[in-house]
Design a protein around this ligand. Structure first.
Ligand SMILES: Nc1ncnc2c1ncn2[C@@H]1O[C@H](COP(=O)(O)OP(=O)(O)O)[C@@H](O)[C@H]1O
Ligand SMILES: [Mg+2]
Length: 311
């Protein structure tokens, strides 16, 4: 029997999808990236393959996932298997520089960004930025290496210190700090290349680690926290920004993604992150009629269905 194979590095992120796939009657099988054996001369199983390679896989002990994804996805593609978010998307996922380049070329407003290879050039490159500026890891996700600096001396001290966070690929990005007009950023979700919904992510606490997964929520004892993630119903598929994202995703062959943007105090709408491995917020999913997990199941299940016979 054919199935949807989900290639991933983190079993914690699968149950929400497993429930949705079951509810939609779509068979789902797990395929762990970076484990086991791959017979490169054997034919892959029949089915649809969905890559959920995550840029932060190395922080969960899955250091091999990135290279395993490259090997596995190339093999699947060589057999003509239907791969959703395939090898080209996997390399896009692990490079914010590549995301920045694609966004910029497509005409989106992006934060001014410099990639620094190794530690040596960081201090000098920082002088090219007004204060404050931020750092982030090229191979990012969940706010890796995202820090704000308000003076150059503090940055120099950080770079020299043992506190310095070494990026997985040795590339640190220096980026213009974007002052948000209001304390939130927006993440627009796309499934099958089409807009699903936009989420308002509250940033009033000031942190940069804005992972929407359930596992990332840190409830404070006895306090009912304000929901970090809420649907933004006013952002719709007709919005020119959303249409622009759909076009960009089509050009890049990205079928499932979450794109983040914010509006600055000077009225710029700036796009700074393309995630091809979304974990939908359980709060948001519970609040809407057609949860994204179910839409993903229907989209991938639809790809499994045999094409109608020619007449
Ligand atoms: N240039 C920026 N200026 C101000 N805040 C930013 C900037 N870039 C990112 N942020 C904040 O940091 C968070 C994490 O940055 P992001 O680029 O999305 O990295 P990650 O891929 O690790 O999520 C964002 O959701 C946003 O709140
Ligand atoms: Mg992000």
């Amino acid at each position: 029997m054919t199935a949807v194979y989900v290639l991933h590095d983190n079993p914690d992120w699968i149950p929400a999808f497993a429930r949705a796939f079951e509810a939609e009657g779509v068979p789902l099988r797990e395929w762990r990236l970076g484990e086991g054996v791959l017979d490169l001369d054997a034919e892959p199983p029949q089915g649809v393959f969905w890559s959920r390679l995550s840029a932060s896989s190395h922080t969960r002990g899955a250091e091999r996932a990135k290279d395993a994804a490259r090997a596995t996805l190339s093999w699947l593609e060589s057999w003509g298997r239907r791969v959703v978010n395939g090898s080209a998307v996997a390399s896009f996922e692990v490079s914010k520089a590549a995301q920045h380049a694609a966004l910029r070329r497509a005409g989106f407003d992006v934060p001014r960004t410099v990639a620094v290879f190794g530690r040596e050039g960081l201090s000098e490159a920082a002088r090219g930025f007004d204060l404050p500026f931020i750092t982030k890891h090229n191979q990012g996700g969940k706010g890796l290496g995202v820090r704000r600096f308000d003076d150059y001396a503090a940055f120099d001290a950080y770079v020299e210190s043992t506190e310095f966070e070494e990026p997985a690929d040795g590339i640190t990005l220096l980026q213009e700090f974007l002052p948000s007009a209001e304390p939130f950023v927006t993440r627009a979700e796309f499934i099958g290349g089409r807009f699903a919904y936009a989420v308002r992510v509250d940033t009033s606490a000031g942190g940069f680690e804005l992972c929407p997964a359930e596992a990332c929520a840190v409830p404070e004892a006895g306090v009912e926290p304000e929901p970090l993630f809420r649907v933004r119903p006013e952002v719709t598929a007709d919005d020119p920004l959303i249409r622009g994202y759909e076009e960009l995703l089509a050009q890049l062959g990205i079928e499932i993604a979450g794109i983040e943007f914010l509006t600055t105090s000077t009225g710029r709408t700036v796009t700074y992150d393309i995630n091809t491995n979304t974990n939908y917020s359980p709060d948001v999913e519970a609040a809407i009629d057609d949860p994204a997990t179910r839409r993903v199941a229907r989209f991938l299940g639809g790809l499994l269905a045999p094409a109608p016979a020619a007449v």
